[in-house]
Design a protein around this ligand. Structure first.
Ligand SMILES: [Zn+2]
Length: 324
C-alpha cells in the first residue's frame, strides 16, 4: 500500500511526489486552479485548462517546468505512473491516480459528482488507497437537486428586477461565477460581471465552454441587470442604489446563512460533493484504506469506520501522531 505522509502537504515518498502542496516543492500535482490548491512548483503537473487558469492569475516563474497532462493520459516518472481524471469541481479539475510498486492511490482533490454546465463530469477509478476531500462531510450537508436551485436563482433574479432593484449574485470568480453565467444564459438572462470573473471566463471560453452573452461591470452599466460579483468586492456595491444580494454556496444549507454572509438570500449551489456523494465515491473506489482531508475530516472518517472501512483523518491531531 502506498505510504502517505504530511510534509508541506500530502507527500508520497515512493513517487517522490506532492499532491496540492502548500509550499514550493520539487515535483507537485496541482489538482485545480483555486488559490488554496494552486502554486507553481519546480516541476508542476496539471491539466492544460488548470495551467491556463493559473497563468491567467499569476505568471509562472521562468525556472518552472510545466507538465501539461490531459485527462486519462498516464505520465511516468521514477517508478511512478500518474494519471489525471476529471473531478467535476471546476474547469480542468482533476483527481490523481498514482501507481507505484507499493500499490495504487486515488486523490480526489476538490470534487463533486453532480453534473455541471461548465466542467467535465467526475469519473472514478478503483484504488487501494483513497484520499478524499470531506468539505461537506456531515450527513446534514445534502444538497437539493441542481435544477431546483437553478430555478430558485432565476426566480430571485426576475423577482428582484421586477421590483426595480439589482439582483447581486455573490460567487467565487473561478468556477461558481461561470456556472451561474451558464445557468442564467439558459434562462435568457445576460448578466453584468466583475472584471475578475471576466478574466477567468475568457479562459473557460478558450476551452470551448459557452457562457452566453454578458458585459463587464464598469460601475454604471448595471441598470436592470443581474450582477455577478466575488464576495470580496462587496464594498464596491456602494455605487448601487437598490440591491438584493444572494450568496451562492454549499454553506447556504446552514440555517442563518443570510446573517453570516450579510445578504438577502442564500442558494445552496456547490462545486463540492455533498455527504451522499462522498459516500457514493467511497463505495465506487473500493479502497482498503481511506484518508480524509479538508473540512469535517474527523467526523467523516469516523462515519466511514462505523461503516466498517479503515479510515483516518489526514492531519487530524490524534491520527497524525499515529501516522508519523
Ligand atoms: Zn476548489
Amino acid at each position: 500500500m502506498i505510504n502517505v505522509q504530511l510534509k508541506k502537504g500530502i507527500y508520497l515518498p515512493s513517487a517522490a511526489l506532492w499532491l496540492d502542496p502548500k509550499k514550493t516543492v520539487p515535483l507537485g500535482v496541482v489538482t485545480h486552479a483555486h488559490s488554496d490548491h494552486a502554486g507553481w512548483h519546480r516541476e508542476t503537473i496539471a491539466t492544460p485548462a488548470t495551467i491556463a487558469l493559473m497563468k491567467a492569475r499569476k505568471t509562472a516563474p521562468s525556472r518552472t517546468i510545466i507538465h501539461e497532462l490531459p485527462y486519462f493520459t498516464p505520465w511516468e516518472r521514477s517508478h511512478a505512473r500518474i494519471t489525471l481524471i476529471p473531478a467535476g469541481h471546476v474547469l480542468g479539475s482533476a483527481q490523481v491516480l498514482v501507481e507505484t510498486e507499493e500499490g495504487s492511490l486515488l486523490y480526489t482533490g476538490d470534487f463533486k459528482r453532480r453534473e455541471s454546465l461548465t466542467c467535465e463530469e467526475a469519473t472514478t477509478r478503483k484504488a487501494e488507497t483513497l484520499i478524499i476531500e470531506s468539505t461537506f462531510g456531515l450527513p446534514r450537508y445534502s444538497f437539493p437537486p441542481s435544477e431546483q436551485t437553478h430555478q430558485r436563482i432565476i426566480d430571485f433574479c426576475h423577482r428582484t428586477l421586477e421590483s426595480q432593484e439589482n439582483p447581486v449574485l455573490l460567487a467565487y470568480s473561478l468556477g461558481k461565477a461561470q456556472e451561474l453565467m451558464a445557468i442564467l444564459s439558459q434562462a435568457g438572462i445576460n448578466p453584468v460581471i466583475h472584471e475578475s470573473v471576466a478574466k477567468i471566463s475568457a479562459v473557460y471560453e478558450e476551452h470551448g465552454i459557452d457562457l452566453g452573452s454578458y458585459t463587464v461591470w464598469d460601475k454604471v452599466n448595471h441598470e436592470k441587470k443581474v450582477l455577478i460579483l466575488p464576495p470580496n468586492v462587496r464594498s464596491s456595491l456602494s455605487s448601487l442604489k437598490k440591491i438584493r444580494s444572494a450568496i451562492i454556496s454549499g454553506w447556504a444549507v446552514n440555517e442563518g446563512a443570510i446573517y453570516r454572509y450579510q445578504c438577502d438570500e442564500a442558494f445552496p449551489l456547490s462545486d463540492h460533493a455533498d455527504h451522499g456523494e462522498l459516500i457514493e465515491h467511497v463505495e465506487e473506489v473500493e479502497a482498503q484504506k481511506i484518508y480524509t482531508v479538508h473540512g469535517y475530516t474527523e467526523e467523516f472518517a469516523r462515519d466511514l469506520r462505523y461503516l466498517g472501512i479503515d479510515a483516518l483523518a489526514l492531519g487530524g491531531v490524534n491520527q497524525l501522531e499515529l501516522l508519523l
